[in-house]
Structure formats: structure tokens, C-alpha cells
Design a protein around this ligand. Structure first.
Ligand code: AMP
Length: 329
């Protein structure tokens, strides 16, 4: 079966190096592999309180970042999730096929709801994986490039596909999470026991950070006891995280980096990591600025929504028919 690739990012907070490594870095190559659907998960962004003006600006930024990363509008459909109404329509159907027990076991829901007042947890936060499953099955996507934090949601989508197909026949396509070999979970620079996640200005490298700021953040990254540059996430979480970042930037594997940095002091190693990140992000940031200035993302988003809607509406019809919703045309 040909590859149908789908990937999305929520336009919440500032995009981080974690997002870059999980999705953006490989976007150009992803374009070459098959038919791609790359979206801005703006409906998902509403699951936690967000200022409307911030959401709008983040959505524009993300579109420009996708293009700056090398997304080819002739090969990929880039669109806003909210521009394709089939996502929300399918959600109304699929919410009946995932169960409350399953949703309440999702780590992201537990983590995110723990930070909110108990009487102010939106239903959308709880039901997030249902909409995410809809995002995936609407495009018959079989490959889903993600970071490790999303694997549990993809597993749930796979359960849904099995459940649905057992009941109605072979209607939905089975998706598979695709993780980067190195860099599937980039950790905070200020606390390598937590994920880098758009919320910590000290520990996160933001994609809009100036090179000098990026360098400062990496040079101040928390390291570990000892002095060897060795990959050992349990005993050396800080250094291991920096090794992962370096490997992801240079597209090399961990033993190669360990060999390269044999005998290096932490300070010199950090400098090499900062150089690698800046070398990669600086031209990317320049492209981003150009795209923001010429607004070329607008036409791409419109064209992408048209292409995505056509395919999503066909799948929606197929599903509506399967569950017994009367089709009048
Ligand atoms: P989000 O920012 O939650 O919308 O995530 C967008 C994509 O980036 C998903 O595929 C996540 O798994 C991935 N991602 C987010 N943070 C990290 C991180 N710290 N390390 C690796 N991947 C990440």
C-alpha cells in the first residue's frame, strides 16, 4: 500500500526544538515518500485556555514554520484542522467508539488535567484522543510521524480501528506511529527529567529564539556528575539529552557521537551542540521570516484545505454509511 503520511502540531505556546526534531526536520524527506497531510491542530489547541489573538498568531507561525522546513505545497496538503469540517463531524460519530475508561488512562490527560482546577477541566481535554483518531482515519493515513509522547494516542487509534472494523467491516485504515531513531523525546535543558514542552523559557529552545539566546540556553543546560560525554539516560540524563539533540541535528547515531566527543570536556561538548543547533536553525529562521513577510502561507493553507476536505469528506461519507446514517444523494 502506498504511504499516506499525516502529521500535526498544536499551535499552543512557542514551538520548540522537540517539535522541530519530531516533525519539522524531516518534512522535506517526508514529502518525497508519499502523499502527505500536514496540519495545524488548532481545534486541539482549544483544549487548554488560550487567548484568541495568540492562537491566531501561533497558527500563522506554524504555517510559516512548516513551509520554512521545506514542505512542498505541490506534494503535501497543508491545512488548518478547523478549515476541514469533516474532523469535527467525524468526532461526533467516533466519540461513541472510544470508552471513558480508556480515555481516563491517557498519560497526557492525567498530566495536563493535574495542572487545572478540578471543576475547570474541559471535556475536550478528556476527549482529545477521539479527535486525534479522527484526524488520522479521515485521510486513511498509515504513517504518523510523532514524538514518543503521542504513541499512546496512536495506540488508542489503532484500538479504535480494530473495534470499528470488527463491527462494520474493513472501513478504516490501520495507522502506525513513526518515531525518530534518535530524538523521540527531547528533554528540558533545565530539568532533563521532564519533556521539553513549550512552557519553560529556560529549559526549552524555542524556534524563534535568536542564535545568541539558543547558545546561552544550551551552554547553561543542566549536566551531570562525572566528566565523560557518554549516553546513559539513567545516570547522565542531561548529557544524554544533549547527545540526542546533537545526533538529531547531524543525522547520526549515538555511538558515532560518543566517539566524536571522546575526551571532550562538558563545556566544549556543549559548544559543539550549540553550534550544531544554530547551524541548522539560523537558515530555517531566515526562511521563516521571509515567509511571514510575503504571507505565502495564506494561499497554501487555502489550497491545502480544499485538497484535504475532498479526501476527508469521502472518508466521512464511507463511515456515515457504514454506521447506518442515511445517505440521501
Ligand atoms: P505538540 O507540540 O504537542 O502539538 O506536538 C507536536 C509533535 O511534536 C508531536 O509529534 C509530539 O510528539 C512532538 N513533540 C513535542 N514535544 C517533543 C519533545 N520534547 N521531544 C520529541 N518530540 C516532541
Amino acid at each position: 500500500m502506498a504511504e499516506r503520511i499525516l502529521t500535526g502540531i498544536k499551535p499552543t505556546g512557542q514551538l520548540t526544538l522537540g517539535n522541530y526534531i519530531a516533525v519539522l526536520k524531516n518534512l522535506k524527506k517526508t514529502n518525497e515518500r508519499g502523499e502527505c497531510f500536514i496540519f495545524i491542530a488548532d481545534l486541539h489547541a482549544l483544549t487548554l485556555p488560550i487567548d484568541p489573538a495568540v492562537l491566531r498568531q501561533n497558527s500563522i507561525d506554524l504555517a510559516a514554520f512548516y513551509l520554512a522546513a521545506g514542505l512542498d505545497p505541490n506534494k503535501s496538503a497543508m491545512f488548518l484542522q478547523s478549515s476541514v469540517s469533516a474532523h469535527a463531524e467525524l468526532n461526533a460519530i467516533m466519540q461513541n467508539y472510544l470508552y471513558m475508561g480508556e480515555l481516563s488512562r491517557m498519560t497526557q490527560f492525567k498530566d495536563k488535567s493535574a495542572k487545572l482546577k478540578e471543576n475547570a477541566i474541559g471535556l475536550g481535554l478528556f476527549a482529545y484522543p477521539v479527535l486525534m483518531a479522527c484526524d488520522i482515519v479521515l485521510y486513511d493515513a498509515n504513517i504518523i510521524p510523532v514524538g514518543e509522547d503521542q504513541v499512546q494516542h496512536i495506540e488508542l487509534t489503532r484500538d479504535l480501528v480494530n473495534r470499528f472494523n470488527n463491527r462494520y467491516g474493513n472501513i478504516l485504515t490501520m495507522p502506525k506511529a513513526e518515531l525518530r531513531k534518535v530524538g523521540k523525546r527531547i528533554m528540558s535543558l533545565s530539568d532533563p527529567s521532564v519533556k521539553m514542552s513549550k512552557s519553560d523559557p529556560k529549559g526549552d529552545v524555542f524556534l524563534k529564539d535568536e542564535p545568541a539566546v539558543i547558545r546561552k540556553k544550551i551552554m547553561s543546560a543542566v549536566t551531570d556528575m562525572g566528566c565523560e560525554v557518554k549516553y546513559d539516560p539513567e545516570n547522565k540524563p542531561g548529557i544524554s539529552n544533549l547527545i540526542q539533540i546533537y545526533c538529531a541535528m547531524k543525522d547520526i547515531e549515538i555511538p558515532e557521537a560518543e566517539k566524536l566527543f571522546e575526551g571532550y570536556r562538558y563545556g566544549d561538548f556543549k559548544k559543539a551542540v550549540a553550534d550544531a543547533v544554530i547551524e541548522e536553525l539560523e537558515p530555517f529562521q531566515n526562511r521563516y521570516k521571509e515567509i511571514i513577510a510575503n504571507k505565502s502561507y495564506e494561499a497554501v493553507l487555502k489550497q491545502g484545505a480544499e485538497k484535504a476536505s475532498k479526501i476527508a469528506n469521502e472518508t466521512l461519507k464511507r463511515i456515515q454509511k457504514a454506521v447506518g446514517l442515511l445517505q440521501l444523494d
